[in-house]
Design a protein. Structure first.
Length: 177
């Protein structure tokens, strides 16, 4: 199960990176289009969708690698039992929040699908198609948070702390600046 979950988080991170690369390619294509006299219609819509995809699909991967803002400054000064309770509290609140956000986004996109809502921009496609990356990203993020919550409940080190320790051991102190 561990390998499968890690692959899921990494795959979401790869899709986020591909989305970012897609934004770059769209911008280059638009620049080339201005130079050579053609217009890439719908590029603004596509760039917006890719931007949302990169943000939401990257959440789980970023969280697992200790790159999201956390309360580490406060938790770090606590001793063993207090620290464990603080981690349990923080991850339980985060699980509830992300779970609710996942449900809300899924409901929103499901309504778009039910009503067959069409994009209002230049690209006339069902809006649930690009919105689905929000559902996927939030759902995978929820799984990642619950995954670490279960790790902490089992008195094991969460992934973000392991990643931070690994970074510091390799001499990379950028996360502590």
């Amino acid at each position: 199960m561990r390998k499968w979950l890690d692959r899921l988080y990494d795959a979401a991170g790869v899709l986020a990176a591909i989305s970012l690369a897609g934004i770059g390619l769209l911008m280059l294509a638009q620049s080339a289009g201005r130079e050579f006299g053609f217009m890439l219609r719908g590029a603004d819509d596509m760039a917006a969708w890719l931007c949302a995809a990169s943000a939401f699909l990257g959440l789980a991967h970023t969280f697992r690698h200790g790159e999201l803002v956390r309360v580490a400054l406060w938790v770090g000064i606590l001793k063993d039992k207090q620290r464990w309770w603080a981690e349990v509290f923080a991850l339980s609140v985060t699980s509830l929040f992300v779970g609710y956000a996942s449900w809300a986004v899924t409901s929103f996109v499901f309504e778009s699908w039910q009503m067959n809502e069409i994009n209002q921009g230049l690209l006339q496609i069902p809006i649930w198609i690009p919105q689905f990356t929000l559902v996927a990203g939030m759902s995978i993020f929820f799984v990642a948070v619950v995954d670490d919550f279960i790790q902490v409940l089992g008195h094991r080190q969460p992934s973000y702390e392991r990643a931070e320790e690994k970074r510091i051991a390799s001499g990379d102190f950028t996360g502590t600046l």
